[in-house]
Design a protein around this ligand. Structure first.
Ligand SMILES: [Zn+2]
Length: 65
C-alpha cells in the first residue's frame, strides 16, 4: 500500500517557501513584500523570524483580486 503525503519534505519540484509566502518567488502576479511580522529585519525577538524564514520579505499576491 502507498499513502502519498500531501506535503513531501523534500520535493524537488517545490521551490523553497517561507511560511509567510503566498506563492513561490517568481510566480506571476506575486511580488516580494516586507515581512509584516519582523518589519524586514528577518529577526523577531532576537531569533530568526519564522514567517519569512529570516529573509525579511514574504511573497504576496499583487494586483486587485
Ligand atoms: Zn519576518
Amino acid at each position: 500500500m502507498s499513502t502519498p503525503s500531501p506535503t513531501p519534505p523534500d520535493d524537488p519540484t517545490q521551490p523553497a517557501m517561507a511560511p509567510g509566502d503566498e506563492a513561490p518567488a517568481g510566480t506571476p502576479g506575486t511580488g516580494e513584500n516586507v515581512c509584516p511580522d519582523c518589519g524586514g529585519s528577518g529577526l523577531l525577538d532576537g531569533a530568526q523570524c519564522a514567517m519569512c524564514a529570516g529573509s525579511g520579505t514574504v511573497v504576496e499576491g499583487i494586483g486587485g483580486a
